[in-house]
Design a protein around this ligand. Structure first.
Ligand code: 5AD
Ligand code: SF4
Length: 496
């Protein structure tokens, strides 16, 4: 929410890098090395932004509009950090002088929403020709999308992809210095550029990228094509970032990767994800550690052990199932069977009894029948997921599943989806009900947007609780008695 954004004057992450860069004079040649080069362009942007602000008679505003997953949310914090450093005032409104859409392409409906927003922003730009519009994120890695924007959305000023986000400051400068659409898309990433400014949405919690890309090539999924090959950050860099966050008052971190269970395998000095967690746990000030997303095929006993014995690692595991039918799992290239998934879930629940298990499920994958959906429902009933995100299969051009001949008609997929959803809601409600009457620690995240007398907090197991309290508690971890169960959230009361 807007009121949690860090404003000018507050310390941002990695101030040291800027000082070390030392080559900020925008009248000089840009340095070649990163991140110094980007700090140079941030200074140059500041000149453009202040000149244009003077011309227009108001400080320039910028809005970052985010679609998709936690990775994109984190990327948007990086975009916001650069915009703020370049002198823009951040806002949530698309009325802003500069609007950037950070897009998602995992399912087609995300793409359609972006085209919808573009139609809307075009009408605003007609009234305000100084307005500038940019697009970035996963959708931009698809050549067909770029073609469509080039021909039908010619008012867009800047387009870049997932691999060169670190170059945002430089690209913004190019945009100011050019009167044509600026497009810069890389096919893959050759490096990880660290230590650029970040403006976090919440002062007390933060996502942290531990790896980028994905090598799993699930047959329905476009992520490996738009986010590239799997690359892990060095543990020292990750732990240094967590320490810096802790020093700024962050109490909860979420370690982010498409497949965190394979973290570190390709590093020069390999390290497991469980080892990384052990190290992260030692950092003073960090009270909670979450992570996203786990692939069942790579989830190790070592990780279950570390989670089970930790006070800081949250009691929540998001373990995408995708399907409960071994035949479909095989066609999806998931590399586990129904039985293996069930055995894994059982092992986790027996070693960490208070854990909350959540999942992702796709319905309508090519060749799926109602009998396959019944297998999925069987898994949902047996594992008793605390929550499940259910998706209708979306055909993504370029993936192996898109070329399969036995695509499922929409109505049949929808029928399976409805059956599954009813079952998911039932088990989730039963799972959540088990907590009624208990007192649990909640991290207070915000004032409830619908009822300002209530605060909204999150339990270690990711369940939300609303309870009366003062806004001064935001960012604190407080004990809350869970009184009324409303399905996916509780109404509670703070206990002394
Ligand atoms: N169609 C529907 N859902 C998909 N997901 C990924 N690709 C597709 C697709 N083509 C879902 C998976 C994944 C989640 C992030 O999105 O369930 O876990
Ligand atoms: Fe996509 Fe599979 Fe990689 Fe997840 S693990 S991002 S579903 S390819």
């Amino acid at each position: 929410m807007d009121n949690f954004k860090r404003r000018d004057g507050l310390p941002m992450e990695f101030d040291g890098a800027e000082a070390a860069a030392g080559a900020l004079n925008p009248d000089r040649e840009p340095p070649q090395e990163e991140p110094a080069r980007q700090y140079y362009f941030i200074e140059k942007c500041r000149q453009h932004v202040s000149e244009e602000g003077r011309r227009l008679g108001h400080p320039l505003t910028a809005a970052v509009i985010t679609f998709g997953c936690q990775m994109n949310a984190r990327d948007s914090e990086k975009l916001s950090g650069i915009l703020e450093r370049a002198g823009y005032v951040l806002t949530d409104s698309e009325e802003a002088d500069f609007v950037i859409y950070n897009t998602c392409t995992v399912r087609d409906n995300a793409n359609q929403r972006v085209y919808g927003r573009l139609g809307f922003v075009n009408s605003m730009k007609k009234k305000n020709p100084h307005k500038r519009v940019a697009l970035c994120g996963c959708m931009m890695q698809e050549p067909s999308v770029i073609e469509r924007i080039r021909t039908s959305y010619r008012f867009v000023d800047l387009i870049f992809g997932t691999h060169n986000l670190f170059k945002f400051a430089e690209l913004l400068c190019t945009m100011y210095e050019s009167d044509r659409m600026v497009i810069d898309i890389w096919r893959d990433a050759d490096r990880i550029v660290e230590e650029l400014p970040v403006t976090r949405k919440y002062p007390f919690k933060s996502g942290i990228n531990i790896m980028f890309g994905c090598d799993n090539f699930c047959s329905y999924c476009i992520v490996p094509y738009v986010r590239g090959r799997e690359r892990s950050r060095r543990p020292g860099d990750i732990l240094g970032e967590i320490r810096a966050l802790a020093a700024q008052g962050v109490v909860e971190v979420m370690l982010l990767g498409q497949n965190v269970n394979s973290y570190g395998k390709n590093l020069e000095h390999p390290i497991s994800f469980a080892q990384l967690l052990r190290e992260a746990e030692q950092i003073d000030g960090i009270e909670r550690i979450r992570f996203m997303t786990s692939h069942p095929k790579d989830l190790s006993d070592e990780l279950i052990e570390v989670m089970g014995s930790s006070d800081k690692i949250c009691r929540h595991l998001h373990l995408p199932l995708q399907s409960g039918s071994t035949r479909i799992l095989q066609a999806m290239n998931r590399r586990y069977t129904k039985e293996q998934y069930l055995a894994l879930a059982e092992k986790i629940r027996s070693r960490i009894p208070d854990i909350s298990l959540t999942t992702d499920i796709i319905v309508g994958f090519p060749g799926e029948t109602m009998a396959d959906v019944e297998e999925t429902i069987d898994v949902v009933r047996r594992v008793k997921f605390d929550n499940a995100f259910t998706f209708l299969y979306s055909r993504r051009t370029g993936t192996p599943a898109a070329a399969m001949e036995n695509q499922v008609p929409r109505e049949a997929a929808q029928a399976g989806f409805d059956r599954l959803l009813a079952c998911v809601q039932e088990t989730a409600r039963e799972q959540v009900a088990r907590l009624s009457g208990q007192t649990r620690a909640a991290l207070v995240e915000e004032v409830n947007p619908h009822d300002p007398s209530l605060l909204t907090g999150r339990l270690s197991n990711n369940i939300i609780v609303h309870f009366p309290g003062a806004a001064s508690l935001i960012g604190r971890i407080v004990p809350v008695e869970l009184l009324e169960n409303h399905g996916f959230y509780f109404i509670g009361r703070m206990t002394p």
